[in-house]
Design a protein around this ligand. Structure first.
Ligand code: FAD
Ligand code: NAD
Length: 483
């Protein structure tokens, strides 16, 4: 008879590996099945996030930003460099080394916490059984008291630009280019398009982003999105809104291969552009291929996500689902918090995730970061609000660092003074927004933040001043609201 587990987790991305580790910490007998393999064909944990998502993209964003600084902004500081050059394979190799270090770290954490790590595919059968097929084809069926589905997501493909792995690639391919394309086309000016478009723009590509929507970053606070749009345009990212791609065609041969893209502009005009590479990043969808046996009892919602309640329980008893494979933002930190919640619930705790306070960051430069409600959402709900804005141009620290673009925008309840949202485009926006997220989690008012002492000179002072500005008390800018 095969072994029985308290918990079997299918998928070892941030949702699954975190869930497995936490469940093991709580004394449960846990196995985690992962199908991904690395470049050498070996099983690897960490999922999209560590292997082809958050970490590799940030590694390339950081490398490319250093080059951009060297070639664009250091002169102003009185620093001149000669012969600044790029060695793309070294850059990609550095990224791969970071991936290796982190994924091996997870293997180590599984070991010390007593999680059984199984490489291969998992499939959910009826009655909480899991069919495990190892990479060499051996099939085992395990029993479990609880099964956690953490199978993540995959890039959406579009028939008008079929991937060929070389000229037309998705985000994974765009993290692996071995040289800088002279002209890079990007379909989709969402999070991935902007981040990976920025990487290759900084390294010297001419980057054109073709975006179907007429608004830039429509779900972000629109004042911040407009400011970010201006800054990114100034950096030379050619963002074309309201452009719907209708066809793509490979042209030429050998070294001279190119992709011709046809698209319709807002006024219905057909336009063609030729690129040396094309990246398709038009969103991601839940990954449930070959996952669910017809009689396993788990339902999908109308968009193909596994249907779960607020605590990530599916409609089948003992079966849970977490991360990108369920509703909500496709973010690694949302995924891992759901993993922790489910592990703790299985162990009998009442843990919850606060879905109202999930920070969201786009790692362009300067960063765009948000938490809580946007001004548009508040207008729509009719909630009375006041706004506190502080531009980085008035921050001593930002000026000293030559990082004075952008602003902090704080949205505060007009009657209770509670912070409802914070939206930032500017230096270290990710870390600054997290400060506000912490304050919001503790039910902070703008006045609470205003009464705190912030170190000087710091970028955090911009958060302080935005909180002060919400009540007309800002010191370093003229106040709109006088009190
Ligand atoms: P995944 O990380 O996708 O992991 C799921 C795992 O399950 C995979 O390893 C898959 O192989 C495995 N699996 C699937 N089916 C099976 C099966 N049947 N059997 C066994 N294993 C299976 N988010 C952020 O918060 N910040 C960022 O900066 C960020 N940057 C990103 C950049 C890029 C280029 C991309 C593509 C994504 C980025 N994301 C970012 C999103 C983030 O990667 C995901 O939200 C996160 O990885 C979701 O975690 P997950 O565990 O739900 O799924
Ligand atoms: P996205 O939803 O952010 O952007 C996709 C964009 O493509 C949208 O603006 C959409 O209007 C556009 N689009 C769709 N079809 C199109 C078409 N045919 N032609 C032109 N434009 C089209 O998706 P993404 O950028 O692919 O990222 C996927 C997910 O990964 C996101 O949901 C995000 O949460 C996650 N992610 C997060 C981070 C981060 O947190 N920093 C980074 C990368 C990815």
């Amino acid at each position: 008879m095969s072994e029985k587990y308290d918990v079997i987790v299918i998928g070892a991305g941030p949702a699954g590996y975190v869930c497995a580790i936490r469940a093991a910490q709580l004394g449960l007998k846990v196995a985690c099945i992962e199908r991904m393999t690395d470049k050498a064909g070996q099983g690897v944990n960490g999922g999209t996030c560590l292997n082809v998502g958050c970490i590799p993209s940030k590694a390339l964003l950081d490398s490319s930003y250093k080059y951009w600084e060297a070639t664009h902004s250091l002169k102003k500081h009185g620093i001149t460099l000669q012969d600044a050059g790029i060695d793309v394979p070294t850059m990609i190799g550095r990224k791969d080394a970071i991936i290796k270090q982190l994924t091996q770290g997870i293997a180590g954490l599984f070991k010390v916490n007593g999680v059984t790590s199984l490489f291969g595919s998992g499939r959910l059968l009826a009655d909480r059984k899991v069919e495990y097929t190892s990479h060499d084809g051996e099939v085992t069926v395990f029993d479990a008291d609880n099964v956690v589905i953490a199978c993540g997501s995959q890039s959406i493909d579009i028939p008008v630009a079929p991937l060929d792995g070389e000229m037309i690639v998705n985000s994974t391919g765009a993290l692996e280019l071995q040289s800088v394309p002279a002209r890079l086309g990007v379909i989709g000016a969402g999070v991935i398009g902007l981040e990976l478009g920025s990487v290759w723009k900084r390294l010297g590509s001419e980057v054109v982003l073709l975006e179907a929507m007429e608004d830039f970053l429509p779900v972000m606070d629109q004042q911040i999105a407009k400011e970010a749009h201006k800054i990114l345009n100034k950096q030379g990212l050619d963002i074309r809104l309201g452009c719907r791609v209708t066809a793509s065609e490979l042209k030429g041969s050998g070294e001279n291969r190119q992709v011709e893209v046809t698209y319709l502009t807002q006024d219905g005009k057909e336009t063609k552009e030729v690129f040396d590479k094309l990246v398709v990043c038009v969103g991601r969808r839940p990954f449930t291929t070959n996952l669910l046996a017809p009689d396993c009892g788990v339902e999908l919602d109308e968009r193909g996500f596994i249907f779960v309640d607020d605590h990530c329980a599916t409609n089948a008893p003992g079966i849970w689902a977490v991360g990108d494979v369920v509703r909500g933002p496709m973010l690694a930190h949302k995924a891992s918090e759901e993993g922790v919640m489910v592990a703790e619930r299985i162990a009998g705790h009442k843990t919850q995730v606060n879905y109202d306070i999930i920070p969201n960051v786009i790692y362009v430069h300067p960063e765009i970061a948000a938490v809580g409600q946007t001004e548009e959402q508040l207008k729509q709900s009719g909630e009375p609000y006041k706004t506190g804005i502080f531009p980085f141009a008035a921050s001593g620290r930002a000026l000293a660092a030559d990082e004075a673009e952008g602003m902090v925008k704080m949205l505060v309840h007009a009657d209770t003074d509670r912070i409802l949202g914070c939206h930032i485009v500017g230096p270290s926006a990710a870390d600054l927004v997290q400060q506000v997220a912490i304050a919001m989690e503790f039910g902070s008012t703008a006045e609470d933040l205003a009464l705190m002492v912030f170190g000087h000179p710091t970028l955090s002072e911009a958060v302080h001043e935005a909180a002060l500005a919400a009540n007309g008390h800002a010191i370093h800018i003229p106040n709109k609201r006088k009190r």
